[in-house]
Structures are given as C-alpha cells and as structure tokens.
Ligand binder design. Structure first.
Ligand code: NAD
Ligand code: A1AUG
Length: 515
C-alpha cells in the first residue's frame, strides 16, 4: 500500500525560520556555483570541450555552472544506449519503477531549498516561484509513481464463457524528452519520469538556459538507483541535437514542451518516416499560450485586480499560463485598470539571490530584447499605463508593464510576449468578453472573475481553454488537482499531472484467449 497522494506544501517565507533556512541555502549554493557538469550516456559521464555556460540572468557575470554539450555522434550513442536498455527496463516490475520515483522524491524533499536556490540562480526565479517549481517536481514524481501502480494491471474489460480477455498497457520504447527552461525543474523532471515509470527509456535534451538544474536532477535519479542507459542526458543545441533526436528512426515517443514554432516543427518532422523505421512516433507537444483574465461587471474588483497581477507578473510573465490579456466589462474597466496599475507600481523587482523580491529578471538577452520590442509595439497599438522601462546593464530587468485600450486583434493581444506585460481590452458585455478571450490561436488557460452564476456556467462551455479558473488567477496548476494542458495551438492537451497522462506514453494491448 502506498499513502494517498497529496501535493507538496509550499514554504511560507514570512516565517522567520523558513526565510533564514532559504537564505542559508542560497549561501551554500553560491559556494558551489561554477562547477562543471557532464553528459550521461549509457551510465558513463562524458566531458566535452564544448560547454554550455549557464549564467544568472539577474547578474550576468555570475556563472551558475558549465555543462558539457553533446553533438550528433553523442546523440547517436545516447539513442542506441536507450534502445539497448529498453530491453530490460521494460521488464522491470512497474512497482519497482514507481518505487524509484518515490526514492527520488524523498531525496529532493530532503534537499528542497538547495534545488530551489539553484532555480533562483539559474533562471532568476523569485523564492516563492522557485519553491513552487521544486514542489511541483516532487509532485510529478509522487503522482506518476502512484498512477503507474494503478495502471500496472491494465483496465478491466468484459470476458465471455470460454474466453478470457485482458486490456493492459505496454512500454513504448525510446522516448526523447525536450523540456523548456521556465518550469525548469518541474516540467523537466515530470516529462522525464513519465516515460521512465512506464518502462520507456529516455534521451533528455534540456533547455540551454537551464542545464544545471537538469544535471542535478539526473544525479538524483542515479542516486535513487536508475540503471545505466535508462536515462541519457545530452544537453545541446535544439537545431543540431534536437532535430537529430526527433528524426532518429529508433525514437518511439517525443515529449516536447516549449514554443509553438518549435513544437509544430517537431510534429511535422516526427511524421516523416525514416529509413529503418517501422513504427509511428507518438508526439506529446505542449506549447505556448495567450491567456486571458475576463472581468465581469458583477466581479469582486479586489479579486479581479489580484488575479490580474498574479497571472500577469508571477515569474515576470514567463509562464505559458500567464494572464497577458485582461478583458474587462466597460462598467468596471477604469476602476479595475486603476487598481491593477496601483498594485503593479508597488511590486518589487530585483535579484532574487540577494532579496525576496516579487519579480526577478527575464531569462536572457534575447528574451529581454523581444519583450522590449513588444513594449514599443504596445506604445503604438495602445496606451502605456505604467512600466515600460528595462535595464540590462547587470541583468535582464523589465518593469511590470500595463497597456490599456488594445484592439482584440492587435499584435499585443494576439502574440505570446512571455514577459511582464499585460494588455487591457474593454468589452461591452459578457458575451463580447468571452468572444474576445477566445479570439487567439491559443487555448491554454483562462480565468473568469464574476459573481454571476449564469455567466460562470456559460463560460464553462464557451470559453475554449484547457484550464479554466473561476474567481482566481489563471496560473499555478497543481499536479493531481488541476491537470494541465491546452487546446488549439497550445498543444496536444496531454494534461500533465492528470489521470490520463501516463497512458499517452504507453501502448494499450488486448489479449484474448479461448479455453
Ligand atoms: N504548454 C505548456 O505546458 C508549456 C509549459 C512551459 C512552457 N511552455 C512554452 O514554452 C515556451 C518557452 O520555453 P522555451 O523558450 O524553452 O521554448 P523553445 O521552444 O524555444 O524551447 C523548448 C525546448 O526545445 C528545444 N529546441 C529548440 N529547437 C529545437 C529543435 N529544432 N528540435 C528539437 N528541440 C528544439 C530547446 O532547446 C528547448 O529544450 C513558451 O512558448 C511557453 O508558453 C509551454
Ligand atoms: N503549469 C503551469 C504553467 C506551465 C507553463 O509555463 C501553471 O499552471 O502555471
């Protein structure tokens, strides 16, 4: 028997003891920064001359670590090693695979602040966001382990006299796992362990902005007892190593999380049958969002303002779930805009490795440049209410920025900015608000703030998003509580952290015997 799943609690940093413990972890991790991390192929560590140097986006002179970089030869060895290891790993008792995840979860839980501190340094996460990212990584391990135990004997089907039928799930093969940098721990760990626990073997190519936390996680899995070749770790360029892994004829499953452009490229390439390939590749692709908080005329305006702030500026708007659009009923538009602007001006922005700030930097120079160029577009398309300035002299800092009076089809209201920018659009009634909210190519998350029950019921059917929230922010889905994934160009709606997720990594088999 395993205990019932419960999500990992978040740390309350207003408690002095917790604050001190986290400051201590930041201090300790600072002393470890700059180390070299190796590739892992077939259980062997490989150090290459070519390295990815990971730096702190809040202080670009601070090197977090250097990670060896794979080329196509190494990627080839990784796939071959995963294919070989699959022969025995798929025969492991699913419960033993699940127990490995439980052990890994315990290791991380014991060193929770250490991992969160790495996230602060490597991707500039404020404490609360880093703590939530680590908690979610633990949750994925705990939840998928239990799901595997539940699925290990398959699902019941009917039998008839003289005929015995079974319906079971079998392991798929070599899985290529390509995570993003933003939920640098949770998504990387979750997308790696889901195929692993189902009996597939993995080649993981982490995002180039967050390879150190990925290397630390690989160490945890080794410590938990993962056999050689079952997980191969090959940081490298998306174009070179990513394409190679996606195209490989032995790749059976691809689990990608990232931008729409890379995701659609992967879907297209994976559909191409390669020489020597005798199967179709399964693709899970979770992609971008352009998510809306709808505010109704009946809304509690305090709730609305808080929901917009948290959705737009949590982790500097660098979540696929970020509420980068606020569509507000005309009766309350000016008031909500004022309330949100006032709160945004009070948010603290800075280096989270030095202080418990609300917002850190954006992740790198190219993100900074892209967001700043959208801010210029916003000044032409709408009215700048607050923020708009950036400073990349030491790190990549951008003020929480609000634009008002945007047309629903403006670029600012259509394109994923992935930064601390929220755009307001006025709606004449609730129907129009939902119509505007649906008017993007994405369909990931959305929130409705309303005290009108009929409107909430209407939104359940008409607001076309994978994760719909009422009277709260549209970010922060919890594993096992709010399975996560989107419609339309937001992806394949695989619902990470949900009861159907593992089945997407396996092949269902029917066995029927007459006697
Ligand atoms: N829907 C979700 O669950 C979800 C979750 C987190 C992030 N995201 C999205 O991810 C994006 C931000 O993350 P990002 O900047 O890391 O995205 P990205 O698409 O730039 O990169 C994602 C991963 O793909 C790799 N990659 C790049 N080119 C590749 C190629 N040609 N072949 C194979 N792999 C390649 C990258 O190295 C990285 O590991 C945003 O669009 C965000 O909305 C979505
Ligand atoms: N699952 C996360 C978002 C993941 C994308 O960045 C949330 O619900 O906020």
């Amino acid at each position: 028997m395993v205990t019932a799943y419960k999500h990992e609690p978040f740390t309350d940093f207003t408690v002095e003891e917790n604050k001190k413990a986290f400051e201590e972890a930041l201090k300790q991790v600072k002393e470890e920064l700059g180390q070299k991390h190796d590739l892992l192929v077939n259980g062997e560590r490989i150090r290459t001359d070519d390295q990815i140097v990971s730096t702190n986006p809040a202080n670009t002179k601070q090197v977090v670590g250097s990670v060896s970089k794979a080329n196509q030869d190494i990627a080839e060895k990784a796939v071959q090693s995963a294919a070989e290891a699959f022969k025995s790993w798929k025969k492991w008792d699913p419960r033993a695979r699940a127990e490995l995840l439980f052990r890994a979860a315990s290791i991380i839980r014991r060193r929770k602040h250490e991992f969160s501190a790495y996230l602060v340094y490597e991707v500039g996460k404020p404490w609360k966001e880093a703590d939530a990212d680590t908690a979610e990584a633990i949750d994925f391990l705990e939840y998928y382990a239990r799901q595997m135990i539940e699925l290990k004997d398959g699902k019941p089907v009917e039998s008839r006299p003289g005929e015995q039928n079974r319906y079971i799930y079998t392991s798929t093969g070599v899985a290529v796992v390509i995570p993003p940098w933003n939920l640098a721990f949770a998504i990387m760990a979750g997308t790696a362990v889901a195929p692993l626990v189902t009996g597939s073997t993995v080649v993981m190519k982490p995002a180039s902005n967050s390879p150190v936390i990925a290397a630390k996680f690989v160490e945890v899995l080794e410590e938990a007892g993962l056999p050689k070749g079952v997980l191969n770790f090959v940081p490298g360029s998306g174009g070179e190593v990513g394409d190679y892994l996606v195209d490989h004829p032995k790749t059976a499953l691809i689990s990608f999380t990232g931008s729409r452009d890379v995701g659609t490229r992967i879907i297209k390439r994976a559909a191409e049958i390669q020489e020597g390939q005798n199967h179709l590749k399964q693709v899970i692709a979770e992609m971008g969002g352009k998510d809306t908080v709808v505010v109704d005329s009946s809304a509690n305006l305090e709730t609305a303002a808080e929901a917009i702030i948290v959705s737009a500026f949590g982790f500097s708007g660098q979540k696929c779930s970020s509420g980068s659009r606020a569509v507000v009923h005309e009766d309350v538009y000016d008031e909500v805009l004022d309330m949100v602007a006032k709160r945004a001006k009070e948010l603290t922005v800075g280096n989270a490795s030095e202080d418990n700030v609300y917002m850190g930097p954006v992740v790198d120079q190219s993100a900074y440049d892209k967001i700043m160029s959208y801010i210029e577009i916003g000044k032409e398309e709408g009215r700048l209410v607050t923020g708009g300035k950036g400073d990349d002299s030491k790190g990549y800092f951008i003020e929480p920025t609000i634009f008002a009076d945007l047309a629903p089809d403006s670029r600012m209201q259509q394109e994923e900015i992935f930064g601390p920018v929220v755009c307001f659009t006025k709606a004449k009634d609730f129907d129009e608000a939902i119509e505007i909210a649906n008017n993007t190519e994405y369909g990931l998350t959305g929130a409705v703030i309303s005290d009108n029950r009929e409107h909430l019921e209407q939104a359940k059917y008409d607001f076309h998003v994978g994760n719909l929230y009422f009277n709260r922010n549209c970010t922060g889905a919890i594993v096992g509580y709010q399975p996560f994934g989107g419609f339309k160009m937001s992806g394949t709606d695989s619902k990470a952290g949900g009861p159907d997720y593992l089945a997407l990594h396996m092949q269902a088999k029917t066995i029927s015997e007459m006697y």
